[in-house]
Write a protein that binds this ligand. Structure first.
Ligand code: MOS
Length: 724
């Protein structure tokens, strides 16, 4: 049977979603459910000297007001990237120490949400405040020495000797994911078992993190994360609220729910940190790019280290013989920043792909031809081959669809029928193709049902569609009666689903499980001819079911990596493998129209072409790319956290003022896929899509604005006032 024959016409969860039947964590119905609300710290940094809770406790319907004194014996679960399982090492409410604005100082639990919210407003915290720096560039920030990340050839010398040079600084603000589903935790403690319902990309980390924090046996903790309403990296580990809610449920002997309000999330959850970038590029007399020096600073918290890997993609986007990069951490008084969709790749591509455009212009070359002329045939960093690299195909196919050949090179030379300045820009993107260890358990029953349990999470991206399409490509089963279990620690061990490895990790084991079921059936049938679907054949063979379990991991990983998977620790491999390196690629073509007097910028048209290996579910893949392009437009033109340095907090902490695109901001988005399986990376041929589709969008917009106006904007978001 050929692969990919399942029609994939609709989202498997579409009907439930539009009927409101999909159950997110906060929808979990439990008898005697109590409601919690947090009280945010009134300062940024310092010590809690007193907390007045009497008025809140006296309010009718209040069950408890917990402060740090109720958390004796509770420990931090540790920072995810430091061997722990939480988004930061600082767990609020374990002591009187305060390290970032908005961290909870009390948790009010009441019979209703209204009571909890009203009572929380009556809690008074008195603090001793210390000086702080809550944003990049503020007095008190601590800049670490530069750490070199990539070094090929002699980039400084080659740049100094170059015939044409670009030296440009770019900046990127702090951004917040703002998934539609707020971070919600429902905890129930019953018969020595702690059951947690929380939308997470990492149910395993929540399980083992809670066990470590509360001193429980991990077997006592169950985490269900069946559906998420978006995550984008913000839900990739145990949240600071999880342990608070779990402890409250254990102390009260009642299930407790907390939905962190959006305004608080800007200070209690992870985010994309602010960054500054300096890119120096040099070309020789023939216009060939010979040197790149890329230096960057990225905001961090005081305690935890999120290492920027801006150059992981920019060092291999092109064949540049001399490349050097170094990064500095800038320590500030904020909650720990983390991964947000294309965490480093999106800002890096904005800086680097803008600079490449600047060099193409400075050397008098067409920016598309310039990129194609520097196509790499082997990885410039390791010398290894790419598992597959179809960036040039993306650029050529995208250019055709876009009509790039009709572009006139001179900035400001194109106008539309209404007198708007028209600009056409292009940029490339790449993102590592990584894989996590994953386990699939597949049971097909004679009664017509199928259950598939697999490591992975449904964040809204369509994981269940990709899984069902894979099963249906290999098995004649009833698609309406397939129960797909993801994000459930009671099904199989759950990995951190992030880094665009969800599909590349789950689909190979799902596919292998399907093939093994077929093999088993063939053995049972022997030479007998049988009609009907798999369920009917099992019934005729008098077998109640066939069950198989399959494990997989990234190429070159030892089997010991399953130990990490089984303990809720990150275990993905890539993008460097023993015999090759592996990346997904993207090319974005953007048309902007700039109103010549107000300089209002619109983006009527984008063409994005992607090399993500095999496209498993065309329906959800197309939607992934659209979402990424919309986000790229928002990141380029709208999105930024506005920090007040005196108050040390985010001023625009709601969706009214944290501006993201609306429908009226989005024009045509034409999505193309190369769709060639990468069989070196895995047997399913999948590389990964979720993040690469956003990488380069902002640069393509900036490059188009330059083409429209002759103005080069190097600060995100790019706004009309920057062009005055
Ligand atoms: Mo993604 S930002 O690695 O969840």
């Amino acid at each position: 049977m050929s692969e990919n024959t399942f029609p994939d016409r609709a989202r498997v969860d579409a009907r439930d979603k539009v009927r409101g039947a999909t159950r997110y964590a906060a929808d979990t119905p439990l008898p005697r459910l109590a409601h919690a609300m947090t009280v945010p710290s009134p300062i940024v940094r310092g010590r809690l000297t007193a907390i007045e809770t009497g008025a809140a406790r006296d309010m009718p319907g209040v069950l408890a007001v917990l402060t740090w004194r109720d958390f004796a014996g509770v420990a931090s679960a540790g920072y995810l990237l430091g061997g722990g399982r939480a988004f930061q090492s600082h767990q609020p409410m374990l002591s009187d120490r305060l390290v970032h604005r908005g961290e909870p100082v009390a948790l009010v639990v009441a019979e209703t949400l209204e009571t909890a919210t009203a009572a929380a407003a009556l809690v008074r915290a008195t603090c001793e405040a210390e000086p702080f720096a809550a944003a990049l560039g503020e007095t008190g920030e601590e800049v670490t020495p530069p750490q070199q990340s990539y070094n090929v050839g002699d980039a400084e010398a080659a740049w100094t000797a170059a015939a044409t040079r670009v030296d440009a600084a770019y900046s990127h603000p702090a951004q917040f994911q703002n998934p539609m589903e707020l971070i919600a935790t429902v905890a129930e403690w019953r018969d020595g078992v702690l059951s947690i319902h929380e939308g997470s990309q990492n149910a395993g980390a929540v399980k083992f993190g809670l066990a470590a924090a509360l001193g429980l046996d991990p077997a006592q903790v169950r985490v269900d994360s069946a559906h998420l309403g978006g995550a984008f990296g913000q839900k990739n580990s145990m949240q600071l609220q999880t342990v608070l809610v779990a402890r409250a449920a254990m102390l009260l002997g009642r299930p407790v729910k907390l939905v962190m309000p959006r305004a608080q999330l800007f200070h209690t959850a992870s985010f994309r940190p602010a960054s500054r970038h300096r890119v120096r590029l040099g070309a020789d007399a023939q216009g060939r790019m010979v040197a790149a020096v890329y230096e960057a600073d990225m905001q961090n918290s005081r305690a935890d280290t999120l290492r920027p890997t801006f150059s992981e993609i920019t060092s291999r986007l092109y064949d540049i013989p001399n490349y050097r990069s170094a990064e500095r951490l800038v320590r500030t008084d904020v909650q720990s920043p983390g991964y947000m969709r294309a965490p480093f790749e999106h800002p890096a591509a904005f800086a680097f792909e803008s600079a490449v455009d600047e060099l193409a212009h400075a050397t008098g070359q067409d920016p598309l031809a310039f990129r194609l002329a520097h196509e790499a045939t082997r990885d410039p960093v390791t010398g290894r081959p790419f598992s597959s690299r179809l960036l040039a195909d993306c650029l050529r196919q995208g250019a055709d669809r876009f009509g790039w050949a009709r572009r006139t090179p001179q900035p400001g030379s194109m106008r539309d029928e209404n007198g708007m300045l028209v600009g056409w820009g292009v940029a490339s993107g790449a993102y590592k193709a990584a894989m996590s260890p994953a386990i699939a358990r597949l049971r097909v029953r004679a009664n017509g049902t199928t259950r598939l349990s697999v490591s992975g999470h449904e964040m809204g991206q369509g994981m269940r569609n990709a899984i069902l399409a894979t099963l249906m490509a290999h098995l004649s089963i009833d698609p309406a009666r397939v129960d797909i279990r993801v994000g459930d620690t009671e099904a199989v061990p759950q990995h951190l689903t992030a880094g665009s490895w969800g599909t590349a990790s789950a689909i190979p084991v799902v596919r292998q499980a399907a093939l093994e079921v077929r093999q088993r059936l063939a053995e049972l049938r022997g030479s007998r001819q049988m009609r009907g679907d798999l369920h009917q054949m099992l019934a005729r063979l008098r077998r109640p079911h066939i069950e198989v379990e399959v494990r997989g991991h990234a190429p070159g990983q030892p089997d010991a990596v399953f130990g990490r998977l089984q303990n809720g620790l990150p275990a993905a491999g890539g993008p460097e493998y023993p015999d090759f390196v592996s990346f997904s690629f993207a090319a974005h073509f953007v048309e902007v129209r700039v109103e010549p007097t107000t300089r209002r910028i619109r983006v009527p048209r984008v063409v994005s072409t992607i090399d993500c290996g095999r496209v498993v579910s065309p329906r959800t893949a197309d939607s992934q790319v659209r979402g990424a392009v919309v986000w790229g437009i928002g990141a380029a033109l709208r999105e930024a956290a506005e920090i007040d340095p005196r108050f040390g907090g985010v001023l625009n902490n709601d969706l009214a003022e944290y501006v993201v695109p609306v429908n009226a901001d989005i024009g045509s988005i034409d999505v193309g896929f190369i769709d060639r399986p990468d069989l070196l990376l895995n047997q399913a041929g999948v590389k990964g899509l979720g993040e690469v589709a956003m990488v380069g969008v902002a640069a393509a917009i900036g490059n188009a604005i330059f083409h429209a106006t002759g103005r080069r904007l190097r600060e995100l978001p790019m706004r009309m006032e920057h062009m005055v």
